[in-house]
Design a protein around this ligand. Sequence first.
Ligand SMILES: NC(=O)c1ccc[n+]([C@@H]2O[C@H](COP(=O)([O-])OP(=O)(O)OC[C@H]3O[C@@H](n4cnc5c(N)ncnc54)[C@H](OP(=O)(O)O)[C@@H]3O)[C@@H](O)[C@H]2O)c1
Length: 238
Amino acid sequence: MQTLKGKKVIVTGGGRGLGKAVALLLAADGADVAITGRNEEHLKTVTSEIEALGVNAAYAVFNVDDEAAVKTNIDKLVAQLGGLDILINNAGIGNMGSLTDMSSADWKQVIQTNLFGAYHVAMAAYPHLLQNGQGDVVNVSSSAGLKGGAGMSAYAASKSALISLSQSMMAEWRKQNIRVITLTPSTIASDMSITAGLTNGDPEKVLQPEDFAEWVRDILKMNRRALIANGSIFSTNP
Ligand SMILES: NC(=O)c1ccc[n+]([C@@H]2O[C@H](COP(=O)([O-])OP(=O)(O)OC[C@H]3O[C@@H](n4cnc5c(N)ncnc54)[C@H](OP(=O)(O)O)[C@@H]3O)[C@@H](O)[C@H]2O)c1
């Protein structure tokens, strides 16, 4: 196992939900963590919580849809952190609806954020990981990307495409000692899943963001010769 102490981490969508839990847990393990999102109030609050753990923290407000803003802000955060070891490519939207109910604009928006957004962030992070000589990229897809379902065509298509992007990225970037990890979690209690009516979030039964964070931390701590290329996590008996 390797330590995460002193590692420089960026978590997109770190102001709430899964990203927030990962940001706080990696900071508790000694990593310096920068978070991103669109809601500055959430980002400020979580940044303070990260700093309270005794590590360096930073945040940037930008939309992952905007390629130029992504590049500018990732460069800025890396400069603030003093390097980059780990990218948690987590930001995403979960707009659901049947094919006939969803407008084509909404459908395209889901692809733009979940596929192109993740692509923009990974591409902006790559030169910094290259300069570092090694690194990790965790792409947060979904079990919905493994198999489509009623009422989730846009989300499932975006997450399926993200799996392919991530697996191609893994095949290319492992040659630079960058571990690209494709995660396909099932339903976890968060704003996204509760709003979509996928779960009531019951902590006795349903995965919580903290469970996801522990899983990500443990994958990252594996010896660098080991790469968990793909992984799923499910609630035991929801
Ligand atoms: N929860 C689940 O059941 C589940 C299962 C499988 C996979 N996932 C995936 O896990 C990731 C996190 O989901 P979550 O459950 O934590 O959702 P969430 O609570 O809705 O949080 C989504 C996060 O993504 C950020 N975000 C969304 N669109 C963005 C954009 N265009 N630009 C920048 N940031 C944006 C949000 O930032 P702001 O708040 O600042 O807008 C927020 O921090 C997503 O990729 C999701 O698809 C979730």
